[in-house]
Design a protein around this ligand. Structure first.
Ligand SMILES: Cc1cc2nc3c(=O)[nH]c(=O)nc-3n(C[C@H](O)[C@H](O)[C@H](O)COP(=O)(O)OP(=O)(O)OC[C@H]3O[C@@H](n4cnc5c(N)ncnc54)[C@H](O)[C@@H]3O)c2cc1C
Ligand SMILES: *[C@@H]1O[C@H](CO)[C@@H](O)[C@H](O)[C@H]1NC(C)=O
Length: 550
C-alpha cells in the first residue's frame, strides 16, 4: 500500500504543471511496468493456478454478478468453481474515486460505441454515444461511479408479480443486507443496513459547500432527506457509496480478494469465453469453449454454467452458442439450438449532463488543480478529501414529475445527480471524453469555465423507466467482433418530456434561498447546434436533451 501511494505521489509531482489527471491515465495505459507493479500480487496468485478439465460450476464474467456467485458457491467446500474473466486485475488508479470517469479511457473499458442515432447523441463524436463496460476482475464495478443504489421497491415487486419468483423486494432485501458492510452514520440500527457483509457502503468522506446547499435547497422545494435504499426513494440524500475508507471497493476487492486462497476457486484472467457448450438434444449446458493465450480450450461443467458476462456480452455469448432469433443466427451462420429474442430489448437510464450553474464563490468547485494539491493527496492517503468523491458525485435527488404516474405516488421517474464540477473541471479530459462530447461543443461552451476564477457545478438528470427501447445485434459469428448497438434513445418523445420536467425541477433550485446566497445561476452559453432556439425555453432544453444525453 505504501508503495502504491508513493507511485501516486510521484506521478503527481512529475505532472504537476501538465494536465495532470490526463497524463495519469496515459501513463497507466502506456506503462505496463506501472500496471504490473500494482496488481502483481493478485495476478501472480491467479497465474500459478493449475486448471482442471472439469468443474462443478463455471462462471463466465467476473462483474459484481460473477464475483458474488464465485464467493457464495465456494463456501461449499465440496464444490469447485472456475471464474473466467476476459480482463485483468485492477490497478491503483481504480482506487481513486474522483478518477471514475477516466477509467472509460483506459483498457479497463471494452470501449463499445453505439451506432449513429437519429434522435440522440447529437453532441457526441460521429453522433455515437459511448457504451462503457468494465473489463477486469470486478467487471464494470472497476470503472463505475460507485453509487450504492439497490433500486426501487416497486420495480422488484413488479418483476415478482410478472412471474419472477423470488424477486420481490422482501425476498431480495436479505441478500442486499447479507452483502453489505455499512458504516453509514445514523443507520447503525436500521433494518435496511447491515454492518457485517463484504461490500463496503459509506457516505462520501468529503462534502463541498455546494452539495450541502443542494440538499438544503431540495428540502426547501419539498424533497425530504431519505435513505434511498430503504424502499422509499422520493427525496434527497448525500451519496451512499461503494468505497472503503475513501477508496473504490470493487466487486473484486469485496468478494474475491478475501477468498482468493480458497482451494476450490480457480480464476482465469485474460481469457475469453467464446461459447457455452449445449447438448442440442437435451438442451443442457455442459461446458464452455474459451480462448487463452491464443489457444482454444474446452472445459466441462458437472453442474452449471453461469453466464454473467454483463448486459452486452452475455447476449453475444448466448447467440454464439445458438440461442437467439432464427433470423439473426442464420444471418451469422450459427446453428439454432433454441429460438429466443436475445438482444431484442435494450434500454438504459439515459442521463443529461447539461444544466450547469455558476456561482459567486471562489475555489469551491472540484477541479484538477485542486485535486493534485499536495494537501489533498495527503488527505486521500488518510481516506479524506476531494479525491475520495466518486467521479465528483455528491448527492442524489429522486423526483416524480407530474407527467408520469408509475404505479402510484411513490415511484420516481427522474433522478437528479449533483456534481461539484463538470466537463470543465479537468480541462475536458474525463467525463467529457468518456461520453464523447465533440470539440466544437466543448470549445464553444465549456472551455471558458476552465478559468479557475469561475466556480461552477452541474446537476444531471437521469431518466427512469424509458419508453424508448433499442436492441443489439451481432456483426458475425467471430467472438472478437463487437455487437452493434442501436439504443434508440428518445425515439419515443415522451422520454424527452420526462427529462424536460427533470430539468424544470432542477432550474427551480436557483430560486431557493440556498442557491441565492451564493448567487448561483444557470450558465447560459448555448450549445452551438441549439443556438437558433432561445436559451432556456422548453424547446432549447429539448434540443439540449437530445444533444448532451448519453
Ligand atoms: C460508466 C458506468 C457507471 C456506472 N455507475 C454505477 C453506479 O454508480 N452504481 C451502480 O450501482 N451501478 C453503476 N453502473 C452499473 C454497474 O456497474 C453494472 O450494473 C454492474 O457492474 C453489472 O454487473 P455484471 O456482473 O452484470 O456485469 P459487468 O460488471 O459488466 O461484468 C461482466 C464481466 O464479464 C466479462 N466478460 C465479458 N465477456 C466475456 C467473455 N466472453 N469471456 C470472459 N469474460 C467476459 C467482462 O470483462 C466483465 O468483467 C455503472 C455502469 C457504467 C458503465
Ligand atoms: C453575484 O455576482 C453577480 C455578478 O457580479 C451580482 O450581480 C450578484 O449580486 C452577486 N450575488 C451575490 C449573492 O453575491
Amino acid at each position: 500500500m505504501k508503495l502504491l501511494l508513493l507511485v501516486i505521489c510521484l506521478l503527481i509531482e512529475i505532472n504537476y504543471s501538465l494536465s495532470v489527471l490526463e497524463s495519469f491515465v496515459k501513463r497507466a495505459k502506456q506503462s505496463e511496468f506501472f500496471a504490473k507493479l500494482i496488481n502483481q500480487k493478485h495476478t501472480a496468485i491467479v497465474e500459478k493456478q493449475r486448471y482442471f478439465d472439469h468443474y462443478d460450476f463455471i462462471i463466465v464474467g467476473s462483474g459484481p454478478g460473477g464475483c458474488v456467485l464465485a464467493n457464495r458457491l465456494t463456501e461449499n467446500k465440496k464444490w469447485n468453481v472456475l471464474l473466467i474473466e476476459a480482463g485483468k486485475v485492477e490497478t491503483a488508479l481504480q482506487d481513486v474515486p474522483v478518477l471514475a470517469a477516466y477509467m472509460q479511457s483506459t483498457a479497463f473499458n471494452w470501449g463499445f460505441v453505439s451506432e449513429p442515432q437519429a434522435g440522440s447523441c447529437f453532441g457526441m463524436d460521429e453522433n455515437r454515444c459511448g457504451f462503457p463496460r468494465g473489463k477486469a476482475l470486478g467487471g464494470t464495478s472497476v470503472i463505475n461511479y460507485m453509487i450504492y443504489n439497490r433500486g426501487n421497491k416497486n420495480d422488484f415487486d413488479r418483476w415478482a408479480a410478472a412471474g419472477n419468483y423470488g424477486w420481490s423486494w422482501n425476498e431480495v432485501l436479505p441478500y442486499f443486507l447479507k452483502s453489505e458492510r455499512s458504516t453509514l452514520e445514523g443507520f447503525e440500527n436500521s433494518p435496511y443496513h447491515n454492518r457485517h457483509g463484504e461490500m463496503s457502503v459509506e457516505y462520501n468522506r468529503h462534502r463541498t459547500l455546494y452539495s450541502k446547499l443542494f440538499v438544503k435547497a431540495s428540502n426547501h422545494l419539498g424533497l425530504r432527506e431519505v435513505d434511498y435504499n430503504s424502499g422509499q426513494q422520493l427525496g434527497v440524500s448525500f451519496l451512499q457509496a461503494n468505497t472503503l475508507n475513501g477508496r473504490r471497493h470493487s466487486a473484486f476487492k469485496a468478494f474475491i480478494e478475501p477468498i482468493l486462497n480458497r482451494p476450490n476457486l480457480h480464476v482465469m484472467i485474460n481469457t475469453r469465453a467464446t461459447k457455452v457448450l449445449i447438448d442440442p438434444s437435451t438442451k443442457i449446458a455442459y461446458g464452455v469453449e474459451l480462448l487463452r493465450n491464443r489457444k482454444r480450450y474446452r472445459i466441462l461443467a458437472r453442474k452449471e454454467v453461469i453466464l454473467s458476462a454483463g448486459t452486452f456480452m452475455s447476449p453475444q455469448i448466448l447467440m454464439l452458442s445458438g440461442i437467439g432469433m432464427k433470423s439473426d443466427l442464420n444471418r451469422i451462420g450459427v446453428p439454432v439450438i433454441q429460438e429466443l429474442p436475445v438482444g431484442k430489448i435494450m434500454y438504459d437510464h439515459t442521463t443529461h449532463i447539461g444544466v450547469v450553474f455558476v456561482a459567486n464563490t471562489t475555489g469551491e468547485s472540484l477541479n484538477s488543480d485542486r485535486a493534485i494539491q499536495p494537501n489533498n493527496v495527503v488527505k486521500f492517503l488518510h481516506g479524506q478529501g476531494i479525491l475520495t468523491v466518486p467521479g465528483g458525485v455528491e448527492a442524489l435527488g429522486f423526483i416524480k414529475t407530474n407527467i408520469n404516474n408509475f404505479r402510484g405516488e411513490t415511484v420516481p421517474d427522474v433522478e437528479l445527480i449533483f456534481l461539484a464540477g463538470g466537463y470543465f473541471s479537468d480541462e475536458g479530459t474525463g467525463v467529457r471524453r468518456g461520453i464523447r462530447i465533440t470539440d466544437k461543443i466543448y470549445n464553444s461552451v465549456y472551455k471558458r469555465l476552465e478559468d479557475r476564477s469561475i466556480d461552477a457545478f452541474t446537476v444531471a438528470q437521469m431518466l427512469f423507466h424509458p419508453k424508448s427501447v433499442g436492441y443489439l445485434e451481432l456483426k458475425s459469428s467471430n467472438p472478437f467482433h463487437w455487437p452493434k448497438f442501436y439504443h434508440n434513445f428518445f425515439k419515443n418523445a415522451d422520454d424527452v418530456e420526462t427529462m424536460l420536467e427533470g430539468i424544470k425541477a432542477t432550474l427551480k433550485l436557483v430560486n431557493t434561498p440556498q442557491f441565492k446566497s451564493i448567487g448561483a445561476r444557470v450558465y447560459s452559453v448555448p450549445l452551438p447546434n441549439c443556438a437558433h432556439i432561445h436559451f432556456g425555453t422548453d424547446d432549447y432544453w429539448r434540443c439540449s436533451i437530445r444533444t448532451l444525453s448519453s
